[in-house]
Write a protein of this length. Structure first.
Length: 126
């Protein structure tokens, strides 16, 4: 059975999101597509992604308290996100999920969200 997104935080806590996002951002600097996009303030970017996910998956709303409404498509508009970039992001997050070894239901809910969410972020045709 599918796990409700809002239950993911109760399953993996801050600790799970910390491990997942650390594994993702460890891969970013050397990635030929993602590296140049996330040039500045990697630690800040890691906080923003992690805390957004914590709130989105049933944890404390620390992201919204600090950043306000996510408006994620608008906040991605400075970056050229085409299908290859989207696929790279999803593949990198897939590697991070594999490394983090979260419980299967949490892993599945997160993968589903990343797959759809990253497609929604595409803002460039090529
Ligand atoms: C489900 C998919 C995604 C989610 C949930 C997500 C989430 C986020 C969040 C929460 C931020 C910080 C926004 C802010 O407060 O300013 C952000 C920034 C960013 N995202 Fe995404 N993103 C996704 C997909 C992508 C994709 C596909 C790319 C590029 C291939 C991308 C590249 C970036 C970059 C370059 C930033 C700026 C880093 C920073 O915060 O300083 N994201 N993303």
């Amino acid at each position: 059975m599918d796990l409700l997104d809002s239950k993911v935080y109760s399953l993996i806590g801050d600790e799970g999101f910390v491990r997942l996002c650390a594994a993702f951002f460890r891969r970013v600097p050397t990635d030929p597509i993602l590296g140049p996009m996330y040039q500045h303030d990697l630690a800040g970017a890691e906080w923003r992604l992690r805390e957004f996910l914590v709130g989105r998956f049933g944890g404390p709303e620390r992201y919204i308290e600090k950043r306000g409404h996510p408006r994620l498509r608008m906040r991605h508009s400075p970056f050229k996100i085409n299908t290859p970039a989207r696929d790279r992001w999803v593949a990198t997050m897939g590697e991070a999920l594999a490394e983090a070894k979260l419980p299967a239901e949490a892993d599945a809910a997160l993968r589903r969200f990343f797959d759809d969410g990253a497609t929604f972020m595409i803002n460039h045709p090529d």
